[in-house]
Design a protein around this ligand. Structure first.
Ligand code: APR
Length: 174
């Protein structure tokens, strides 16, 4: 499984699935969540509302992941995950790692072979992007090592700033 880091806007990525740094409500927000909903179109919010009416009546827990179609996005799927919010005292790196591994499990279940991640929790949720990079790269590497036949061929971290790109490049060199 190839793992890479690039600078860019995740909404333009031509991969099978992009991961959204959502909140537990799944009803949109700012940051990458806002960008993905804007690019995917209103059907994405309706799909999320349907999830809240059915399988996720109390919302998506931190560290969990769920897929919806990508609608107007180039990506076929959006995999929504909820990162730990440092401002709410959620500082356990295992909960952040779970965002990445749960998203890869969901990717495998929907048949997505190429997956793009943002730096989950490194924005509004207040985590240092260097720690996010270390946790994310470690979690993806551990996930790949634990799967003889990983259903995912490519994981691409798509970073929205030079600082974030530098942090992930450094984590990938470790
Ligand atoms: N493409 C890639 N990365 C992006 C994009 C984009 N278009 N827009 C923002 N980012 C980056 C941010 O720069 C940051 O490094 O995504 C990373 C995660 O930041 P946030 O989007 O703020 O996500 P997070 O810190 O997990 O906070 C989630 O913010 O937007 C709300 O609804 C969301 O309540 C939730 C919270």
């Amino acid at each position: 499984m190839r793992i890479e880091a690039v600078a860019g806007d995740i909404t333009t990525e031509h991969v099978d699935a992009i991961v959204n740094a959502a909140n537990s409500s799944l009803l949109g927000g700012g940051g990458v969540d806002g960008a993905i909903h804007a690019a995917a179109g209103p059907r994405l919010l309706e799909a999320c509302r349907q999830l809240r009416r059915t399988q996720l009546p109390t919302g998506l827990p931190v560290g969990h992941a769920v897929a919806t179609p990508g609608f107007d996005l180039p990506a076929r799927w959006v995999i929504h995950t909820v990162g730990p919010n440092r401002h709410a005292g959620q500082t356990d790196p295992m909960r952040l790692a779970s965002c990445f591994t749960a998203s890869l499990d969901v990717a495998t279940s929907v048949g997505a072979r190429t997956v793009a991640f943002p730096a989950v929790s490194a924005g509004v949720y207040g985590w240092d992007v260097r720690e996010v990079a270390r946790v994310a790269v470690g979690a993806v590497r551990d996930w790949a090592a634990g799967h003889d036949e990983p259903g995912v061929d490519l994981v691409r971290f798509v970073l929205f700033s030079e600082a974030a790109l530098g942090a992930f490049a450094e984590a990938l060199e470790a």
